[in-house]
Design a protein around this ligand. Structure first.
Ligand SMILES: Cc1ncc(C[n+]2csc(CCOP(=O)(O)OP(=O)(O)O)c2C)c(N)n1
Ligand code: SF4
Ligand SMILES: [Mg+2]
Length: 351
């Protein structure tokens, strides 16, 4: 993979967070994506979210597949663990890594081709298993890396840069994530950092399968009139249902909002997701209504963004399986091989 290292020089007055890290500590190599690509804005949002959450970079594992989007983990969190897997296979690699060590924060970075075409099966299965992760699709409606073919998220009737029309029905990854059992589901736009950063922060503190579909225009192949994933189209059709503030548990809550305009949801780690309601009838804790709302607005050609669904008491794969607390590579021989009596009692359970 092509990458350019960043110079080590930094301004001595750079702001530091509570852990003593600057923004630079969360950056990666210099991006080789097209200047103006939406994906770079998502990298910037991830850097800001990690800086503001005071995350220690070595506690993050970022995994991806193949695509321009899947290249982006090279451009943020350069001091974190990373694995660039095969096209569409990130979810199973992430699931394995997560099972081996649940102490890390898992960040799955994918594209619409990577997750809605070749990786669709992997996408839904890792969500339905309840893997504790933040899964982000950088959704541009095309295969950017291979020169702009329609992807499975391209809307029916949308036009390619060369003038062709897409006749296939789109796959809505948000709807798929809801059906598969994601406990945090959001959609955002790469050009709306004010919405995206708090959503990422809230997803990072959520202990369950969190999914964020980020519409991220491809300026090289899908930013023309007739595309429903262009900057202009998204700006004109963006229907935000809410705005999110993320408040860490230990912070004092001082803001005061008029009744009816905001709603606080406490997650089980004590952090608060404060929803400023833009669409008063929208309730992100009611999955069935959320699906109905999304379908009705999609039929009108509107793109619904915001926190779309939240289960504030999620369970994750380790909870279902009853795994040990310690990462597998820290178990000693006795723990890994507890002897024939233990094996006998396990076998008895299957008799
Ligand atoms: C198994 C396999 N099939 C096909 C390809 C070719 N290929 C590389 S990236 C890509 C699509 C990438 O699209 P997307 O995930 O939407 O990422 P984007 O480049 O748009 O960010 C394809 C088909 C591949 N690398 N491996
Ligand atoms: S081809 Fe499209 S998706 Fe790939 S870097 Fe360029 S603008 Fe971004
Ligand atoms: Mg794409």
């Amino acid at each position: 993979m092509t990458y350019l290292a960043k110079p080590k020089f930094r301004h001595p007055g750079l702001e530091v967070n509570a852990r003593g890290f600057t923004h630079r500590d969360y950056e990666g190599a210099i991006s080789t994506l097209c200047a103006g690509c939406g994906h770079d804005s998502i990298s910037a949002a991830l850097i800001q979210a990690c800086f503001e959450l005071n995350i220690e970079p070595h506690r993050v594992a970022k995994l991806s597949g193949i695509g321009c989007s899947s290249k982006t983990p090279d451009y943020f969190l350069g001091q974190s663990h990373g694995f660039n897997s095969v096209h569409g296979r990130m979810p199973s690699v992430l699931t394995g890594a997560n099972l081996a060590n649940k102490e890390l924060l898992y960040l799955g970075i994918s594209g619409d081709g990577d997750s809605a075409s070749i990786g669709l099966g992997q996408f839904v299965h890792c969500i339905r298993r309840g893997v504790n992760m933040v899964y982000i699709t950088e959704n541009n409606g095309v295969y950017g890396l291979t020169k702009g073919q329609f992807s499975a998220t391209a809307d029916r009737g949308s036009k390619s840069k060369a003038g062709g029309t897409n006749n296939d029905s789109p796959i809505d990854l948000v709807g798929m994530a809801l059906l598969a059992g994601a406990t945090f589901v959001a959609r955002s736009f790469s050009g709306d950092k004010g919405q995206l950063v708090p959503l990422i922060k809230a997803a990072m503190t959520h202990n369950g399968p969190a999914f964020i579909d980020v519409i991220s225009p491809c300026i090289a192949f899908n930013n023309h009139a007739g595309s429903t994933k262009s900057f202009d189209f998204v700006r004109e059709h963006n229907e935000a249902v809410n705005r999110v503030d993320f408040i860490e548990g230990r912070d004092e809550i001082t803001a005061d909002y008029a009744p009816g305009s905001s709603h606080d949801v406490e997650q089980h780690d004590g952090s608060i997701i404060r929803l400023h309601k833009i669409e008063p009838s929208y309730d992100p804790t009611d999955k069935v209504s959320a699906m109905d709302f999304l379908q009705r607005h999609h039929a009108k050609g509107e793109l619904v963004t915001g926190l779309l669904y939240l289960d504030s008491h999620p369970r994750d794969l380790h909870g279902y399986l009853g795994t040990v607390d310690s990462p597998l590579n820290r178990l000693n021989e006795k723990e890994l091989c507890p002897g024939s009596a233990a094996l006998e009692s396990i076998n008895d359970e299957y008799r």
